[in-house]
Design a binder for this molecule. Structure first.
Ligand code: SF4
Ligand code: SF4
Length: 222
């Protein structure tokens, strides 16, 4: 999932302080799972913003709406019925959702209430960790299902480096060495010999070479 965290209150207030009526838009997908921008967080932020405005002797009208998926134009369309009654939109989705609303309503100021972080997984209650950088050419089949692109601090394709100590990365004793994890996993699979295979220099062109990426599925295009 895409993970995100709420921006500091001061920054959000800076964005919306010139306005009196906003739509606060949550998203039911990833940001709900990581407790950053779902229905509950929309309600909490709405109350906090209104209280902050009251403290300054002002009032803020907040229309709270949580869309099924904010990165999907079909659901963004639901805002059409409300947009004329708002001075601005504050989005609690990832950056994809914010941009989708900005695209649909070019005349309306749209602001992010979250900082989008990374593609990750839940590690334990309240903890999410980065797992994938969307490199466009997945090599998990070579590395025992553990990603050195996202999880090795140096993105080494044939590790570990000399900084790996007791299974931890040299950047911090709290960070697992990805290549230690890869070795342990290959061992558990009885595939230690795979570790000896040299992984060729990665072709980064499917990643960030050549500007914004696009997927076109001809069989689905109308
Ligand atoms: S190899 Fe690339 S696509 Fe696969 S998990 Fe790592 S970053 Fe993601
Ligand atoms: S210690 Fe391990 S995870 Fe850290 S940079 Fe070196 S190989 Fe990568």
């Amino acid at each position: 999932m895409i993970t995100a965290e709420r921006k500091p209150m001061e920054e959000i207030l800076d964005y919306i302080s010139p306005f009196q009526r906003i739509i606060l838009v949550g998203c039911n997908e990833c940001v709900t799972v990581c407790a950053a921008g779902g229905r509950k967080e929309v309600g909490l932020l709405s109350s906090a913003l209104q209280m902050a405005f009251m403290k300054d002797g002002k009032t803020l009208s907040v229309n709270e709406i949580t869309l099924e998926r904010q990165c999907d134009p079909e659901y963004v369309e639901e805002l059409v019925a409300h947009i004329s009654q708002a001075d601005a939109v504050l989005s609690m989705a990832c950056g994809c959702g914010v941009q989708e609303i900005a695209k649909r309503f070019p005349q309306k100021p749209v602001f992010p209430a979250l900082n989008t972080k990374f593609m990750g997984a839940s590690e334990s209650q309240g903890v999410w960790s980065e797992r994938c950088k969307g490199c466009g050419d997945c090599i998990l089949g070579l590395t025992g299902g553990i990603c050195p692109v996202a999880r090795c601090s140096k993105r080494i394709m044939n590790g570990p480096c000399g900084g790996s100590t007791n299974g931890k990365c040299e950047i911090s004793p709290d960070v697992d060495c990805a290549w230690y994890l890869i070795w342990e996993r290959l061992k558990a699979l009885g595939q230690e010999d795979k570790y000896e295979d040299i992984i060729e220099a990665k072709d980064w062109r499917p990643s960030w070479h050549g500007g914004p990426r696009k997927i076109i599925r001809e069989d689905l295009v109308e």
